[in-house]
Design a protein around this ligand. Structure first.
Ligand code: UDP
Length: 329
């Protein structure tokens, strides 16, 4: 029996693969290597290079490896890119997810965990945001993920199929054991960009907007360590296997940091200054969003272990250095 991880050669997916292997699970990855890397998949897991919407390939893989659960990471994740090119987000995140879910139903895979996002909430909600808040996404990215959540809910009503949609807040950091990290080329996420600047891969970085209604004028986000995030998936998987019903759950710490606070943390941890420029607002960015994660705690006993911004930054910096050595060597 194996767990199928889509997007397992990517950032969060590769951490999930390591976590599942650490727990003694059999793992098969499907990834078309558009942003992921073959080397990011440990040799103990099988890598099938292909598209999640290739139903013949997916269904043959499910049958061959006796897959009982799918953890679905494959997708596109950059908010401003989704504003510029919405149709590719609806294709990658909605249409292809539909094909994958259909394969799961056809082959009788009973458990499904979906990478969703805090972007489904948009910015008009109370804080910290609970799963019952209105979903009013402000970007095509958020909408493309919300539509997939809706499909999952309908499918779970119609078929013997239970899912957990985890709404991620700002995932960052790297495996504390240094086995994987965020390797994506041209990454746009704040901690990754700041670590690239701190380690000299970029000469400077920008702060997108200092006129938001927040104490220092920059956007506030809830940064969650990727290792705590994959732990949440593993606990959610165990809950589904024990007969748990379909749920949606937030994954965040309930603590917010502004863009400037994050950049200060990177400077503090790396021990030197680097060039930061102020530029205009980026499309699709809500001013602040922080999680209420009570449901993940109550439903599958998840609790943060690495909820310290300096720990997140240190692990991210270590991976950035390792990546530099890999690319030079
Ligand atoms: N951000 C920034 N400079 C960068 C990258 C991001 O000021 O180089 C800001 C961005 O505008 C947002 C916050 O950092 O307010 C978090 O952005 P990120 O892309 O990391 O995650 P998102 O919340 O969009 O998923």
């Amino acid at each position: 029996m194996a767990v199928l991880v889509t997007g397992g050669a990517g950032y969060i997916g590769s951490h999930m693969v390591w976590k599942l292997l650490d727990e003694g699970e059999e793992v098969v990855v499907i990834d078309r290597l558009s942003t992921g890397f073959e080397w990011a998949v440990p040799p103990e897991a099988e890598l099938v290079v292909g598209d999640i919407a290739d139903q013949d390939l997916v269904e043959a893989t499910i049958a061959r490896r006796n897959v009982d659960a799918i953890i679905h990471f494959a997708g596109s994740i950059i908010v401003p890119e989704s504003v510029a090119d919405p149709l590719s987000y609806y294709l990658n995140n909605t249409v292809k997810s539909r094909a994958l879910i259909e394969s799961a139903v056809r082959k009788g895979v009973p458990h499904f965990i979906f990478s969703s996002t805090a972007a489904v909430y948009g910015g008009k909600h109370g804080e910290p945001v609970t799963e019952d808040a209105l979903t009013l996404p402000e970007s095509p990215y958020g909408r493309s993920k919300l539509m997939t959540e809706m499909m999952l809910a309908d499918v779970a009503t119609a078929h013997p199929f239970a899912y957990t949609a985890l709404r991620y807040f700002n995932v960052s950091g790297a495996d504390p054991n240094g086995r994987t990290g965020q390797s994506t080329k041209g990454a746009t996420h704040l901690i990754k960009v700041a670590c690239e600047t701190a380690t000299g891969k970029r000469s400077s970085m920008d702060v997108y907007g200092t006129d938001y209604p927040t104490p220092d004028g920059t956007c506030i986000r809830d940064y969650i360590h990727v290792w705590d995030l994959v732990e949440a998936h593993y606990l959610a998987l165990k809950r589904l296997r024990a007969g748990g019903e379909s749920i949606v759950a937030n994954c965040g710490y309930g603590k917010g940091y502004s863009v400037l606070q994050v950049i200060d943390a990177v400077k503090r941890v790396v021990g030197h200054d680097f060039e930061v420029n102020v530029s205009g607002r980026r499309a699709g960015d809500p001013a602040r969003i922080v999680a209420n994660a009570d449901r993940a705690r109550a439903e599958f006993g998840w609790g943060p272990r690495l909820d310290n911004i300096d720990t997140i930054v240190l692990d991210a910096l270590r991976w950035e250095e390792a990546l530099k050595r890999r690319n030079n060597g």
